[in-house]
Every structure is written in C-alpha cells, then in structure tokens.
Design a protein around this ligand. Structure first.
Ligand SMILES: NC(=O)c1ccc[n+]([C@@H]2O[C@H](COP(=O)([O-])OP(=O)(O)OC[C@H]3O[C@@H](n4cnc5c(N)ncnc54)[C@H](O)[C@@H]3O)[C@@H](O)[C@H]2O)c1
Length: 329
C-alpha cells in the first residue's frame, strides 16, 4: 500500500492535470460509467463532530474509493484541522486498498479544477479579468484553476474580512507569479465583479455575495461554496439573467444546490432552465457557450467521482516515479 502526501501530489500533478482529470470524471459520470452513492454521515454528538463517507466507483478506470471527511469544530482548540480528510483508494480488480492519500489537498485540487474545467470550456477565450469571492481553505486552488484556464491580466479577490483578502492577494501574487496576472484585493463586491469575465464564489455565505445585475454580458460564473438547499451565494437576478446554467450532477444539484433551488421555489426559474451537466458538454451531447455575449453559470456541489478519478491518476504517477511511502499491513 502506498501513502501519498501533499508534497508527493505536488511533485507529479499540476493544476492543468487536475483540470483534465475532472473533465474525465464529469464525462464518465454523465456517460453512466461512474457511480457515486449518497454519502453516509455519522454524527458524533459527544464531540459535536460528524464523519462523512463519500464513496464512488469508476468503471472506466477500474477504480473504487472512499473519501473520509470529518467535521470536528473542537479540533481548532487542539491545534488540529477542523475538517480532516483522507482518501482511501482501492484496486478495482482485487478490491484491495492500494493507497491512502492526503484528502485535504486532493479536495482543494479537484474542487478548484472542477471550476477550472468549467471555465476552460465555458468562459470566453479572450477573458482578461477575474473575480474571486472567498479567501479561505479552498481559495488558492480556485484562483490557480482560473488562471490555468484563461490568460488573465488581473484577478480581484473579495472577502468580508478585508485584511484576509489583502494578505491572500499578496501571498498569491508571489505563489502564482508564473501565471503573470495581477492579484489585487477588492474593497467591495461591486468592485470585484466590475468588468469581470470569470467569477468564482467559494465562500461559506448563506446569502448572495454580489449583485447579479452588475455582471457584464459574456461573463462566466462558477458557484462553488453553497452546498445545502438553504445556502445561496449566487444572486437570483444573476440566475434569471443566465443564458445557460450547467451543473456537475443534475440530481445532486436539484437536491442540494440552494443557488438553483431557491430561485426555483420562488418561481424565478424552473428545472428546464438547467442546460445540462458539464460532462454532457465534454461528451459533445449538449452545447457549451455559443455566443460571446452569453452569461454562463456552472454550479457544483461536488461528488466523489472527482476524488476517485484524481486519486487514481495521482496514484499511477506516484507509483511510476517511485515516490510515496510503501507500507505493508
Ligand atoms: N463544491 C465543492 O465540491 C466543495 C468542496 C469543498 C468545499 N466546498 C465549500 O466551499 C466553501 C468554502 O470552503 P473553504 O474551506 O474555503 O471555507 P473557509 O471557511 O476556509 O473560508 C470561507 C471564506 O469565505 C469568506 N466569506 C464568508 N462570507 C462571505 C461573503 N459574503 N463574501 C465574501 N467572502 C465571504 C470567509 O470570510 C472566509 O474567508 C464551503 O462552504 C465549503 O463547504 C465546496
């Protein structure tokens, strides 16, 4: 069995690789070649914690896996991560566990890459300006994915905590300097979206994070943060204006994505306004952007197929390069 750390992943798997892995995952899911049963959740009231088990089987890659993610708020006072995550990868042919992988970094990578894949397929080719909402744990890979998808000149980052946005922008300016974009903090949501060609929201907000009437025509928006029917990052006015709305998994989006469910409940859109799954675009079954002035929206709630596909590709490369740590049980 191979133990794979964040450092191992970084050596063999770039953001561009992660974007291609996610496209494969979306394609296989939409083609019925991957299954992701509902996640199992176990509450641990004694420590106000929760254990989540997210399994998936990807027939096309002969791979099965389960990501174990826990939410233990009390960990903060112990100096431990509040949301520890580990990926368990199984050999599809034998059913044996073949690898344990850092699930925190894997999640950041595949979640950034999901929006990156959508931007790659749906944003205007001549996109110049980006906007990022949220500067927490998921933000760095979201920003890198946006920069990997399009040659942007500038990205404005907004967070309700301005100091955090300023610190994040300065750190990212240095860490992602190879992309040649200017990363600047924005002092208001309106300033962030002004003239933006690509917008990504990755916050914990329960309410819309910017005014949807300010978004320019031709913009592509990725909604990443909201994952329950009550959470909403994307303004209903934006959803109403969108020419095309794509999701990662239709069923899950209709059950979990407040960004779409809330405007549906209010009668602002109906489910027919969902253009389709991103995987259907990869498969060529539905169109992506057709006109320069279309507003496109991609809403993702995330699914374990993304984890298994990325984990399998990382595992193969780490094995090939002789990296990771081999252990016998
Ligand atoms: N779609 C997926 O596959 C997927 C995967 C992982 C995480 N997520 C979700 O993404 C969200 C962000 O995750 P994280 O780990 O970065 O969280 P985090 O708590 O580390 O950071 C969230 C950031 O959002 C900021 N914020 C909150 N409200 C805001 C607002 N109105 N405007 C601007 N900024 C605001 C906070 O100040 C904070 O900096 C969470 O809701 C998480 O559950 C989704």
């Amino acid at each position: 069995m191979l133990l794979i750390s964040k450092a191992d992943i970084k050596k063999v798997f770039s953001m561009r690789d992660a974007i291609e892995a996610d496209k494969t995952a979306f394609e296989m899911y939409s083609d019925g070649k991957a299954v992701a049963p509902l996640r199992t959740s176990i509450d641990v009231p004694r420590y106000k914690g929760q254990n989540l088990f997210m399994p998936a089987y990807v027939e096309g890659l002969d791979s099965t896996g389960v990501k174990i993610v826990s939410v233990f708020p009390g960990n903060a006072s112990r100096g431990k991560p509040v949301v520890p995550a580990t990926m368990v990868l199984l050999d599809g042919e034998t059913g044996e566990v073949c690898s344990l992988i850092d699930g925190t970094y894997l999640t950041q990578l595949r979640t950034g890459a999901a929006a990156g894949a959508a931007s790659d397929m749906l944003a205007r080719e001549d996109s110049k300006a980006g906007a990022l909402f949220g500067t927490g744990g998921q933000a760095a890979t979201q920003l890198e994915a946006m920069l990997a998808a399009r040659k942007l000149e500038r990205v404005r980052v907004y967070d309700i905590d301005f100091d955090k946005a300023r610190e994040f922008a300065a750190r990212m300016q240095s860490e992602l300097k190879q992309y040649g974009a200017e990363i600047v903090p924005a002092s208001s949501p309106a300033e962030a979206v002004d003239d933006a060609d690509i917008i990504t929201t990755v916050t914990t907000s329960r309410n819309p994070v910017f005014n949807g009437t300010l978004v320019k025509k031709g913009c592509h928006i990725n909604g990443v943060g909201a994952y329950t029917p009550e959470m909403q990052e994307l303004d209903e006015r934006l959803i109403a204006r969108a020419d095309k709305i794509y999701v990662d998994a239709r069923e899950a989006a209709l059950e979990e994505a407040g960004d779409l469910i809330i405007p549906m409940r209010k009668g602002i859109i109906d489910r027919n306004r969902i253009t389709g799954e991103l995987g259907e675009v990869v498969l060529g079954r539905i169109a992506g952007r057709e006109k320069a002035d279309e507003i496109t929206v991609f809403k993702t709630v995330g699914f374990a197929v993304l984890d298994v596909v990325a984990a399998k590709m990382i595992y193969d490369r780490v094995l090939q390069e002789g990296l990771g740590q081999k252990v016998e049980l």
